[in-house]
Design a protein around this ligand. Structure first.
Ligand code: ZN
Length: 315
């Protein structure tokens, strides 16, 4: 260091101090939004990105209902990405910020880069929860279909994978030709737990009714690394015991897939609510911290419904 740099004139010192002050001010301004963002996920809460904006179902009513359900538990903090068709080209969320992505999206394909970043996110341990018609989305996106296990409509057929259903005490993979995705008339269908030891279903009654809605049947997909936790008999449809709750592992990622949740009314079904809560928590963390649900709360002789505000917070 030269002596001149050590001996600033008062004016030079003043400018240096001003520069330092400005730099400090600038840095604080630049940092503060980041700090605000980081502290926005409250300690102990699961951060969820809910994606919607296109669906052949009433997503404008369904998404707020799902937000109410999850937020009522005080366990989740939800951000919402609404992606109408005209905004798809610019859809590029920061997936890594979230413990789990909850999709209520059935619409136009995402840009290639967004699909790639999503695949990377899930493969490396990001997580996904898929509700009802979200499994109709992206018929041509191979990796998405790997993630969801089974899907319907959109030209899905035997080229996309087998039908999968429960028969005589085991799951059948049925490669017979035919279209993927159908449903009978809405009714209060009976959900039967087939795996009582999984964290999502352990602590639930082994049979219960879901509120009146259509039941998806004859879905098709790769169905790899998939476990079916619960089925329902598709009376007036395929007449098979169809998958209702599924888990899939994709790379290090966990996927929870429910075919329940046709509209905001059936989302008042305690069956939909309790399985969404438990399934989303499991996808995000690999465990379920919610207490068991009794047969009084989730009965099989009637379809229990409640307003999301009546869901008890997790203590
Ligand atoms: Zn539906």
């Amino acid at each position: 260091m030269t002596s001149s740099s050590l001996n600033h004139s008062p004016r030079v010192r003043q400018i240096t101090q001003l520069t330092l002050a400005l730099a400090l001010l600038f840095n604080l301004t630049a940092i503060s939004p980041l700090l605000a963002e980081d502290s926005s996920t409250e300690a102990g809460k699961i951060s969820v990105l809910l994606v919607d904006g296109q669906n052949n179902h009433d997503w404008k009513a369904c998404s707020p209902t799902m937000i109410n359900i999850l937020e009522a538990t005080k366990r989740f903090q939800i951000e919402r990405a609404t992606v109408p068709k005209e905004a798809v080209a610019n859809f590029s969320p920061d997936w890594e910020k979230f413990d789990v992505v909850l999709t209520n999206y059935n619409g136009a394909p995402w840009p290639e880069q967004t699909r790639a970043s999503f695949e990377k996110y899930i493969k490396e341990g990001g997580n996904l929860a898929v509700v009802h018609a979200a499994d109709n989305s992206f018929p041509a996106w191979k990796e998405y279909n790997q993630m969801i296990g089974l899907g319907g409509w959109g030209g899905r057929n035997e080229k996309d994978g087998p039908y999968v259903y429960w028969k005589d005490g085991e799951f059948i993979r049925d490669d017979s030709p035919g279209k993927g995705g159908a449903h009978g008339k809405p009714w209060e269908y009976k959900v039967v737990i087939r795996d009582t030891e999984h964290p999502i279903t352990k602590g639930l009654p082994t049979e219960f009714l879901q509120a009146k809605e259509e039941l998806y049947d004859r879905l098709r997909g790769p169905a790899e690394n998939m476990e079916i936790l619960a089925t329902a008999l598709a009376t007036g449809g395929s007449e098979r015991h169809e998958p209702v709750l599924m888990t899939i592992s994709y790379g290090k990622g966990r996927v929870f897939h429910t075919v329940m949740g046709h509209d905001a009314e059936s989302m008042r079904g305690v069956a939909f609510q309790e399985t969404l809560i438990r399934g989303t928590e499991w996808a995000a963390t690999g465990e379920v911290t919610f207490p068991p649900v009794t047969a009084d709360e989730l009965p099989v002789d009637r379809a229990a419904s409640r307003h999301p505000d009546d869901i008890k917070p997790l203590k």
